[in-house]
Design a protein around this ligand. Structure first.
Ligand code: PMV
Length: 321
């Protein structure tokens, strides 16, 4: 069996995080500047226990059978094997490398899952369609995050801008005019699972307030989809900034996220907001390409520990995947 390499990108949520857990729409785009790479090499002459899993970023180097039964990679590989109807893997080394910071809202866990699914299935000589890959990746996200909406695994599997409502078929978004994003990392790790759980507690205590916030985020998201389809980037920026205010009211922003959002806006961004689970991780700023260096410098001076620039290209995608 030849060695196999599979990759999966990062992602960011343009609008609608948290509300999307409660069946409101959200928009997400792939971020190709960061990625997970899964490389599988055969171990000639190895025995049945020689299935090595290595992930230097999380200091993991272990035989598969020695991982705890609840380990997400072990659960994922079992699910893939059961889907492929194979009862054992040949001796192999699966090495996972990452340029996606964990716990930063860029979708590292879903990206790991998609890269592993693609690598293992190709190594075993199978090919799965995106819908099956997405389903397996969602299952893996559930083991890790408890109650994920499914937006991360979907945008990372399909690698295109998506309009997503939980438990409904998602839609690809037609992008009339390309637009540029700066993604700035607060350097503060945050657990999406904890923040999502905390929002749930607050929603249970004050359903009227939180339902209103979720519906407000949904309105902004629907307007943002139209703005993207109409090529109205100025309006998209305004809607993103308004979504940040709604997220602040949900209590998922932080001093540093607010500081970077304000900095980006003062430096001329068209819009800015936190992206992902919040309370840490990344913020995003929608920028005119000409202004991007200036805004990037301002964000670095304001304490951003890492900056990624990405362009969402114009496309003619129809609305069905
Ligand atoms: O922090 P991330 O990148 O995993 O994004 C989480 C997005 C949430 O809406 C907060 C949760 C979810 O499952 O959609």
């Amino acid at each position: 069996m030849p060695a196999i390499t599979a990759t999966a990108p990062g992602k960011c949520i343009l609008l609608g995080e948290h509300a999307v857990v409660y069946q409101r729409p959200a928009i997400a785009v792939p971020v190709h500047q960061v990625q997970i790479r899964a490389i599988i090499t055969p171990i000639p002459g190895g025995n049945q226990n020689d299935i090595w899993i290595e992930s230097p970023a999380i200091r993991l180097c272990s035989r598969l059978h020695q991982l705890a039964g609840t380990h997400p990679i072990k659960l994922l590989i079992s699910a893939i094997m059961s889907d492929l109807n194979v009862d054992h893997l040949p001796p192999l080394r699966l090495k996972i490398s990452s340029t996606i910071p964990a716990g930063s809202g860029l979708g590292s866990s879903a990206s790991v899952a998609v890269a592993i699914i693609r690598a293992v299935t190709a190594f075993m000589g199978f090919s799965l369609d995106n819908s099956k890959i997405n389903q397996l990746a969602y299952q893996s996200e559930t083991h890790q995050h408890g109650n994920p909406s499914g937006i991360d695994n979907t945008v990372i599997t399909y690698q295109q801008p998506i309009y997503f409502i939980r438990e409904q078929p998602f839609e690809l978004i037609r992008v009339k005019n390309s637009f540029a994003l700066i993604i700035a990392d607060t350097g503060i790790p945050s657990s999406t699972r904890d923040v999502v759980n905390d929002v749930r507690c607050q929603w249970q205590q004050n359903p009227t307030k939180f339902d209103t916030l979720f519906t407000c985020a949904a309105d902004l998201c629907n307007q943002a989809r139209s703005a993207i389809e109409d090529g109205n980037i100025q309006l998209l920026g305004d809607l993103m900034s308004r979504n940040h205010t709604v997220l602040q009211e949900m209590t998922v922003s932080s001093v540093m996220l607010d500081h970077l959002v304000d900095t980006a806006l003062q430096a001329g961004a068209l819009g800015a907001k936190l992206s992902g689970g919040g309370r840490g991780g990344n913020m995003i700023a929608l920028v005119e390409p000409d202004e991007s260096i200036h805004i990037e410098t301002a964000l670095k001076q304001a304490g951003a520990v890492n900056i990624i620039k990405t362009i969402i290209p114009a496309n003619n995608t129809t609305t069905h995947p």
